[in-house]
Design a binder for this molecule. Sequence first.
Ligand SMILES: Cc1cc2nc3c(=O)[nH]c(=O)nc-3n(C[C@H](O)[C@H](O)[C@H](O)COP(=O)(O)OP(=O)(O)OC[C@H]3O[C@@H](n4cnc5c(N)ncnc54)[C@H](O)[C@@H]3O)c2cc1C
Length: 444
Amino acid sequence: MTAKVVIVGGGFAGLACAKHLAKDKAVEVTLIDRLNYSQFQPLLYQVATAQLGSSDVASPLRTLSIKHPSVTVKLGEVASVDPVARSVTTSTGQTYSGDYLVLAGGSQPNFFGTPGAPEHAFPLYSLTDAQRLRSRIITAFEEADRDPTLVDQGALTFVIVGAGATGTEIAGALAEMIHGTLAAEYRDLAVTSAKVIMIDHGHAVLGPFSDSAHEYAAKVLQKDGVQVRLGTGVTEVGPGHVTLSDGTSLRTRCVIWGGGLKAAPVAAASGLAQGRGGRVGVATDLTAEGFPGVYVVGDIANIPSPSGDPFPQLGSVAQQSGKWAAANILADIEGKPRKPFHYLDKGVMAMIGRNSAVAEVGAGHHTLHGSVAFAAWLGVHAALMSGFRNRIDAFVDWSWDYFSKSRSGQVLDRSDAGRIDWDEDPTTDEPPVTDGPSSAAAPA
Ligand SMILES: Cc1cc2nc3c(=O)[nH]c(=O)nc-3n(C[C@H](O)[C@H](O)[C@H](O)COP(=O)(O)OP(=O)(O)OC[C@H]3O[C@@H](n4cnc5c(N)ncnc54)[C@H](O)[C@@H]3O)c2cc1C
């Protein structure tokens, strides 16, 4: 008899699950995603800073059905979930049910209730976010080139909220883009007045890493011209300014949100018990508590680690948990026992800029810096990208940028997305807006 499996989400976790199940001819898989492509989030900051083109980090999901005939792909946004019936219904009314249900819906940005952030900040979670941010950055430079007085309205001030991996990677890449490429292209503009300011209420850059990584990352960013303001929160985001917890404000037309993530809305729609970050709690075999036919994997789940804390939201955790859920489903079908999830830790890493990265690898999370860490980052991400049709294209583009310092993706293809309304929240009527220290505005 054929077993039916319905998977919601074609990201790292959902894809790994579908591909592993496809090896068994007695299983039929229906994979549903609201997008018709899978996106490679670790390289989104490179799309946002024009190092890569959009298609380099997106892989069409329908091609799965060619390689794996037992997998059917459906485009749809799952609006409700019935864990008892193991069925889901999309916003357009289609219902899909199976013997097993796998929820792999990922995350969404968490603005932690900061007023104005959902409307005015630029998150960096999806390909659409990266395209929108790239358009805003290029538009800001074009408009300041046309009218340099707009620099006083924050046209060239880029504020990054969050000094974690997302914030650090985009800060380093943006500083490099501005001082390494745009400075030569916008000759009539005082590009040295551009500011990249990274803000975090915590007291370290790359908080979850070791102390030596904190120091190394902060040093590289400052050398590249990034102002780092720690111990400072963001209390409000407006169309032309951002207000900080120390009472000061900055004029800016681009607030990049790397402040945190929470579970995708499908977690709440499932009615399953949610824990930290709105994520669904799962047992060690990756099934939702009380629902042995419902697996929850990847970012949307709080997967218990041996230490008792949930595993972090990482591509490798998502990929391995998706594959593990598939193996447990196959074991179930064959009447064998399910196994508790075992994670093969490949370490954590972050790219700070050209030839600068930090990596913590091995059992003791041994810290690597500089070009060795850069090489480790490349290796791990090339492996994570396996299955992405455009892997080679992406690495060719990126290597070209590495040597030439040009930006192959610097195309203003979404001018609508980058549009700036200078009449909205004009901050020329001071006070209350007060810019902070302008040290480190240009690279050392
Ligand atoms: C900017 C950034 C950089 C990162 N860098 C790294 C890194 O360097 N290394 C690393 O290991 N990890 C990194 N991560 C984390 C990694 O990308 C995630 O852990 C991983 O993508 C999670 O995989 P997932 O399958 O759980 O979710 P996702 O990959 O987000 O996939 C979820 C899928 O579900 C779909 N979906 C959601 N809701 C619905 C719905 N209601 N109906 C239908 N479909 C739905 C979405 O469209 C999406 O395709 C990064 C994340 C970000 C945001």
